[in-house]
Design a binder for this molecule. Structure first.
Ligand code: ZN
Ligand code: MN
Length: 488
């Protein structure tokens, strides 16, 4: 089934600027998570009559950062608009946003993110990015469709959002996933937000099958959910068409508890929002000096960094692209490999493997970021040194990563676990003799198949719980087999 070729997806990605201290138009704290409901509010963010908003200058700076990072064209003068709609999460009855029609402009136009897909590159072209205020937070009991009540917490009301709007050029849920991976990375490098925070992203997706009406799926509350929601919606639309029913333009809600989309309303058009200029705010003027200053302060972005890591550490495209995705991981990597002057090309690659495989595995299992751990970059150096000098086996090393993440050093862990490598030749010889006596069939195999010796070494490993020195064990077993006249 060619599920994808005829699919058209456009995304509207709302990102909370969580690294701001205050809200977009008032001085209430931006940090509402875990606070008493309706405690971070003032006349402005609950929309009391007579209150006047004032734009947060830092929010303009943050928007400039992300605009530069996404290669958008920043509009030098602009003003805010009121987007009118009536809903409990919107105390004023309108959301202060930006509008790129009726004489208005978005914060910045265009821009793109280049994706590396299996066999080719693809530019996801952006339509625009704009600033707007977050509505209040609605709390339901279980699913929105079945909850007996709705609670409203205005602490979130007025928090700054940047909305990234793509052109309808995304061809599949997988492409959407790759796009959002890059968005997350670029946002992290820009320093404007921590997207790991609950509720810091909300995505609306426009989805259609070529030649048919589109639906807009609202309120997808995490990047992970986007792919799932898109898959569901594509299948729903195709099934509808298969049954001979035409699709209608409608707004649907992603119910992440039940993992389905449900119809909210039909025929919602831009005119329904009655956009008009926000007269309570002065227009914004942005000059080139300001843009240049922000640009100068931006760190190296992931794509440039990937190129540099390839060059400086001789990594493959695949390794460097993955390594740079999470800025904290990439910082950790560079600090680590540079903390050991003796590291060479092989160790650079080894270090990268440890981070991307074993460390990442534990982070995923424990749902942590590298910064949540006590792991220090030099500890990976220690691991690699211990392995390369034959002090521990790779297998043991893999088993101690968990403890390292909890802050213990290799020597502490080895002591705790008593897992020092066994290199006592007398003991290993005794175990080797045992193993040869106990496994006559494998020993017979050794006459014809030189690889069968691995099974004998494996038995010694089993007896020592993986602590036997593999090199010494091998030498001893080879000697024993030779003594018995089994091998040459
Ligand atoms: Zn406020
Ligand atoms: Mn929006």
């Amino acid at each position: 089934m060619s599920l994808q070729k005829d699919v058209i997806i456009g995304l509207e990605v709302h990102i909370q600027l969580t690294n701001l201290k205050t809200k977009l138009f008032c001085s209430c704290s931006n940090d509402y998570r875990g606070t008493e409901p309706n405690s971070h509010v003032c006349p402005i963010c609950i929309g009391l009559p007579g209150s006047l908003p004032v734009v947060n200058k830092k929010a303009i700076e943050f928007a400039t950062r992300i605009a530069i990072a996404l290669n958008c064209k920043i509009n030098k003068s602009m003003y805010f608009f009121r987007k009118n709609y009536f809903y409990v999460d919107l105390p004023k009855g309108f959301q202060i946003s930006q509008y790129n029609r009726a004489g208005g402009r978005a914060f910045a136009d265009g821009g793109q993110i280049t994706l590396k897909l299996n066999s080719h590159k693809k530019d996801i072209i952006l339509n625009r990015i704009h600033l707007e205020e977050d509505p209040a937070r609605l709390v339901h009991k279980g699913s929105i469709a079945t909850s007996p009540y709705t609670l409203v917490d205005y602490n979130r009301s007025g928090v700054t959002l940047i909305e990234i709007v793509t052109e309808p050029v995304i061809g599949s849920p997988e492409e959407a996933r790759e796009f959002l991976k890059q968005v997350k990375s670029i946002v992290q490098y820009s320093g404007i937000s921590s997207l790991d925070l609950e509720g810091s992203v909300r995505v609306d997706a426009n989805i259609s099958i070529k030649g048919h009406e589109r639906s807009e799926v609202k309120n997808i509350n995490s990047f992970k959910e986007v792919e799932r929601a898109l898959r569901h919606e594509i299948v729903r639309q195709k099934n509808q068409l298969k049954r001979g029913k035409e699709l209608i333009q409608e707004t649907r809600h992603w119910d992440d508890k039940r993992r389905i989309t449900i119809s909210l309303r039909t025929k919602e058009f831009e005119a329904d929002y009655r956009y008009f200029p926000e007269q309570d705010l002065v227009p914004i003027e942005i000059d080139n000096n300001f843009i240049q200053k922000v640009k100068d302060e931006l760190p190296e972005m992931p794509s440039e960094r990937s190129l540099r890591l390839r060059r400086d550490y001789n990594l493959s495209d695949f390794d460097s692209d993955n390594l740079v995705l999470d800025k904290d991981i990439a910082d950790f990597y560079e600090e680590g490999v540079n903390s050991d002057a003796l590291f060479g090309t092989n160790e650079y690659k080894q270090y990268c493997n440890w981070l991307m495989n074993d460390v990442s595995r534990v982070l995923n299992e424990q749902n942590k970021t590298i910064k949540d751990t006590k792991l220090h970059p030099h500890q990976i150096v220690d691991i690699i040194r211990h392995i390369n000098e034959g002090k521990i086996t790779t297998k043991i090393a893999k088993n101690i990563i968990d403890d390292m993440i909890d802050g213990f050093s290799i020597s502490e862990i080895l002591e705790m676990k008593g897992k020092k490598r066994i290199s006592d030749e007398n003991l290993l010889e005794k175990l080797g003799i045992e193993v040869i006596e106990e496994n006559s069939k494998i020993v017979k195999d050794c006459r014809v198949n030189p690889k069968a010796i691995e099974a004998l070494i494996g038995r010694v490993m089993q007896k020592t719980k993986g602590q036997a020195d593999p090199h010494i064990t091998r030498t001893i077993i080879l000697e024993l087999l030779k003594e018995k006249g089994i091998t040459e």
